[in-house]
Design a protein around this ligand. Structure first.
Ligand code: GUN
Length: 302
């Protein structure tokens, strides 16, 4: 069926966020003579990571940021990576530090993340920011980009007041599921976190006004899992075989059967073109927010 009127256009909304970030960056420059600086560290040659990092750099330039990338060989020692992070922590031109994950096996990812200065942790993975989000101190926290972007998509279709809505988050990762649940809880939703051990998941999701799918299982959420009129946010990005496109071809798909979900949902995000573009837009937003906080300037309203 046509998704007209039901599709939450993440690409368009992300463009709007990026345009607001660029405009606010200009104001910050004009009034405080500060340019937001984003540093990305990538270790090794994982092709998917290279693609992500290149697009982050492009988007940062589009926003008018100072953007630097440190590409380190796969055999870089943990101590060297930590030294890079510490140097960026001390660099006044840098407001946001992102270490692209995954890191090579010999490097302790958590140790690297916890070495990033919490007030430059634009991924929102440092314990300090996890704790602030968990306790509701959003005015000084950095919120992980994918859940933050998902909240903007939800609010664009349901409005700012989500009070009393029931939300089911499928997936309990530290990067998406848990922070997403905390954001929805902070917005006064009644939140359930579901996972691989949850009993009768379809019955649970059928009670929800908002379903967020973040499990990494292609097209797991079916149309009849969704209550009529509900909103579905699909965080999954799965590459699957697409023999219909020719031998050896693949395509991207989400954690939900988008066509099926549209039968019941009032609003749903497609994959690609839903949450994905919002993640990178929110990285820009977090970097600008950090620059504003460092400079004592108004934060952007996104
Ligand atoms: N690799 C895949 N997603 C992410 C992310 O959100 N942040 C970082 N740093 N690395 C990633």
């Amino acid at each position: 069926m046509s998704d007209e009127g039901k599709r939450i256009d993440g690409k368009l909304i992300a463009e709007d966020v990026v345009a607001r970030v660029a405009a606010h960056t200009q104001k910050l420059g004009a009034e405080k003579n500060v340019t937001p600086g984003l540093a990305v560290i990538i270790v090794g040659e994982d092709p998917a990571s290279q693609v992500y990092v290149a697009s982050k750099g492009r988007k940062a330039k589009e926003c008018g940021f100072h953007s630097v990338q440190h590409t380190l060989p796969a055999d870089t020692s943990e101590e060297d990576v930590l030294a890079h992070v510490r140097a960026l922590n001390d660099d006044p031109a840098i407001h946001g530090i992102l270490v692209q994950l995954p890191l090579p096996k010999h490097i302790d990812e958590n140790k690297v993340i916890q070495t990033i200065a919490p007030n430059k942790d634009v991924d929102g993975f440092h314990y300090m920011n996890v704790g602030k989000l968990g306790t509701g101190d959003l005015s000084t926290a950095y919120v992980p980009c994918t859940p933050a972007g998902s909240m903007i998509l939800i609010r664009r279709v349901l409005g700012d007041d989500l009070s009393g809505l029931s939300a089911v988050v499928i997936g309990r990762s530290n990067i998406v599921g848990k922070p997403m649940a905390n954001l929805l809880l902070g917005a006064n939703c009644t939140v359930t976190i579901a996972h691989s051990r949850t009993k009768d998941l379809p019955a649970l999701t059928r009670t929800a006004d908002i379903v967020v799918a973040a499990v990494g299982r292609p097209e797991m959420v079916k149309g009849d899992w969704i209550k009529p009129g509900a909103t579905l946010v699909d965080v999954g990005i799965n590459r699957v075989d697409a023999p219909e496109r020719g031998e050896g071809k693949t395509r991207l798909t989400g954690d939900a059967d988008y066509e099926g979900v549209l039968e019941n949902a009032a609003h749903a995000t497609p994959v690609p073109g839903g949450v994905g573009p919002m993640t990178i837009a929110m990285l820009m937003a977090n970097t600008l927010t950090s620059a504003c906080r460092h400079a004592g300037f108004d934060e952007p309203d996104l």
